[in-house]
Design a protein around this ligand. Structure first.
Ligand code: C5P
Length: 226
């Protein structure tokens, strides 16, 4: 089934400390966002890409779209102060039944996982890529452990996340109305008491957040995944 994807890329990337938006950091000679866009450009099921950007960087993004011949980028939308607002702005430009939300800073997503995710969203209306937590997770207050959380039911949630457009739009509107801020879009759907299905992803689908992530990204690029 066809889908459109909203790609938020309007962050400032403060935690990366690169002095520029992390989307423009080069991996194997190409900006991060080019790697991410290429996956969707090459996916026959993707019918359109809505790229959410900072207006100040519009010229830089337009240059890349032209240089790499991204034909599926149908709209550049201005982002907001927070990721949630950026995604909502992008969703308002969509018109497909199923929409994906995928961080621009996650360039290693596999097409096979996108396929599994879309199938799952068709059945469940909301689904996310995730991987089981490998480490032991403890809750602490003032550096004092207060609880060790049972690991067997914990997942590290990634993007893409896929939704029926009508559901995710109303979830965003409901969140704004109740001043609920989530760190992902699935949590807004959960906040509406709607269930979200998990689809197995893999550990190489990292988000570039802090400088050490670039070490992992380079290693993944050099492997058969790159
Ligand atoms: O900061 P973080 O890595 O969690 O952001 C995830 C994604 O959301 C990034 O691709 C970033 O560019 C995007 N973002 C956005 N608008 C914001 C903040 C983040 O589009 N205001």
């Amino acid at each position: 089934m066809d889908y459109q994807v909203v790609i938020p890329a309007a962050g400032s990337g403060k935690r990366m400390n690169a002095g520029k938006n992390k989307q423009f950091i080069l991996l194997k000679g190409k900006p991060v966002i080019v790697h991410t866009l290429t996956v969707f450009e090459q996916d026959p099921a993707c019918s359109g890409i809505i790229l959410v950007i900072n207006e100040k960087e519009k010229g830089d993004f337009l240059k890349l779209i032209e240089l790499y011949h991204f034909k599926k980028v149908k709209q550049l939308v201005a982002g907001g102060a927070e990721r949630q607002e950026s995604v909502y702005n992008g969703l308002k430009a969509c018109d497909s039944d199923i929409v994906l939300v995928h961080d621009g800073a996650r360039p290693f997503i596999r097409q096979s996982h996108i396929r599994d995710l879309v199938l799952s969203a068709q059945e469940a209306d909301a689904a996310t890529i995730a991987v089981p937590v490998k480490d032991t997770i403890k809750k602490a207050e003032n550096l004092q452990v207060v609880e060790t959380i049972e690991r067997s039911s914990l997942w590290l949630v990634q993007t893409p996340q896929a939704f029926r457009l009508s559901l995710i739009l109303s979830a965003h509107e409901h969140a704004v109305k109740h001043q609920f801020a989530g760190t992902d879009d699935a949590s807004l759907v959960e906040f509406m008491k709607h269930r979200v299905k998990i689809v197995y992803g893999d550990y190489t689908n990292i988000k570039l957040t802090t400088p050490d992530d670039l070490l992992f990204a380079k290693a993944i690029m050099e492997s058969e995944r790159g």
